[in-house]
Design a protein around this ligand. Structure first.
Ligand SMILES: [Zn+2]
Length: 467
């Protein structure tokens, strides 16, 4: 108690003793954007006890066993939160109340402010505010601070989604972070997860641990190694194999399952970097509704791919930490046009479709964060629908899925709230041979696989890139 008293006293004293000649040393902000200005800090610099930010900071420091010796400075209009040192040697956390409130509102989550403050405290405690850095080092520091916030939030009792809620609510930055001080969002979410897992005593990576089995089929991940041939590109790993390949090495190397094709005698599995988080892969004789339910409930993951090859359903469920997704599926022996219409009316849009066991299976998502769908079309074509793709591309819509199903090309194109020709690029390729050279070329240009299909004697890939 005595110690706390002294600390507070010295902070009060600071408010008047160091009124002049202050200079900012180093600043670490939560997101890209404005840094706090010195004038505001000089005006506002005081230990204003009792504010929410103060309470949250105290809570964080309590789990770390540290005294609350940060100076909280509210500065409006910076639209950010920052860890700052001045040449007075004190540690400041400068925050924009409105920014904190907006993030909390966007995320509909009470933990956001705590995690942002934990991130800033992480910068201070790890010495990041003591030296200037270049972008590369800055990105590394950001991940360290993110990791720290994940750790602290777990200790405070937040679940992983809570711990990541603030980051999720930050505007969507580019996947290419080469020129920015802050890393791509998926990396930051991953760092938070690592910290959270670390605090929870969960070993990080690989997260491809097979789930307990309930059905008679065994998990692919537990099969013995098959002879397979992996081609590793910049952001893809393409595995070719007679039998379904083991994904573990690729998972461990940071790739995630994106899509696979079975061309009646050979598997081609496309693994993609920076795509989703935790994954589970299942192959089942019948439509895997129990597995879907279990993984929805237990792992907070959603269907990211569903196919039917070689008399089996092939299901991948992925956790998208940076998206809040509600998902549903519909199956029908007739094409489920009515169910699609009903789902559209309720704000759900097609994200995946397949045909197997004489049954159509359509997966729908509803997102309330970024990546919102605003309109959608689908159609089935006897000929490859290149004119339809062009027509909708020209209107600013993009391919969501394109597959050869039940003897026809099934195309779904969507208008997205945050995508346009300026920030997002899409390409398709159609070839008679496996399109390794096309994928390689696109991969080199920074495009990543979105969907792939084989039918009617053709390979079709769709690749995408956020600019
Ligand atoms: Zn930061």
């Amino acid at each position: 108690m005595k110690k706390l008293f002294i600390t507070i006293c010295s902070l009060f004293a600071l408010g008047s003793a160091h009124a002049q000649n202050l200079e900012t040393n180093f600043v670490c902000t939560y997101g890209e954007g404005a840094t706090p200005d010195l004038l505001c800090m000089q005006m506002q610099r005081s230990f204003s006890g009792g504010t929410d930010a103060n309470e949250a900071t105290k809570k964080i420091l309590r789990v770390l066993g540290l005294a609350p010796n940060f100076i909280m400075v509210p500065c409006p209009n910076i639209d950010n939160c920052a860890a700052v040192t001045l040449n007075d040697g004190f540690r400041y956390i400068v925050y924009d109340k409105e920014f904190m409130q907006n993030i909390s509102n966007t995320a509909s989550n009470d933990w956001t402010s705590t995690s942002i403050l934990a991130h800033e405290i992480g910068h201070h405690l790890q010495g990041h505010t003591l030296r200037r850095t270049d972008n590369e080092e800055s990105r590394k520091m950001e991940l360290e601070a993110d990791r720290f916030s994940g750790f602290v939030l777990q200790k405070l009792g937040a679940n992983l989604r809570d711990a990541q809620a603030a980051m999720n609510a930050l505007p969507h930055p580019s996947d290419d972070d080469s020129y920015s001080s802050h890393p791509a969002k998926w990396k930051r979410l991953n760092a938070i997860k690592e910290g959270w897992n670390d605090a929870a005593g969960i070993v990080n990576q690989p997260e491809s641990t097979p789930q307990p089995e309930k059905t008679t089929k065994i998990d692919v991940a537990s099969l013995d190694v098959e002879v397979s041939d992996a081609t590793t590109l910049k952001t893809h790993d393409i595995i070719q194999s007679d039998d379904f390949p083991i994904l573990k090495d690729s998972w461990n190397a940071g790739y995630n399952y994106k899509a696979a094709v079975y061309d009646y005698n050979h598997w081609y599995v496309f693994m993609r970097k920076g795509f989703g988080g935790w994954q589970a892969y299942r192959r089942r004789e019948h439509f895997p509704k129990d597995e879907i339910k279990e993984l929805w409930d237990k792992n907070n993951s959603v269907i990211s791919s569903l196919d039917y090859y070689n008399n089996e359903w092939s299901l991948t469920m992925t956790s998208f930490n940076d998206k809040f997704i509600q998902q549903r599926w519909a199956t029908d022996s007739k094409f489920p046009a009515e169910k699609i219409k009903e789902s559209w009316d309720e704000g759900y849009y097609i994200t995946e479709a397949t045909f197997g066991e004489n049954t159509w299976a359509i997966i729908f998502n509803k997102t309330n964060n970024y990546e919102q769908f605003t309109d959608q079309m689908y159609n089935r074509y006897d000929e490859f629908p290149k004119d339809a793709i062009k027509e909708y591309w020209d209107k600013g819509w993009f391919i969501t899925t394109l597959k050869h199903l039940n003897g026809q090309w099934f195309l779904v194109m969507t208008k997205y709230a945050d995508r346009n020709a300026n920030n997002y690029q899409q390409r398709w390729n159609k070839t008679t041979e496996f399109p390794m050279d096309k994928v390689l070329k696109n991969d080199n240009e920074g495009l990543q696989l979105q969907c792939v299909t084989y039918g009617d004697g053709f390979w079709v890939t769709v690749m995408e890139k956020w600019r």
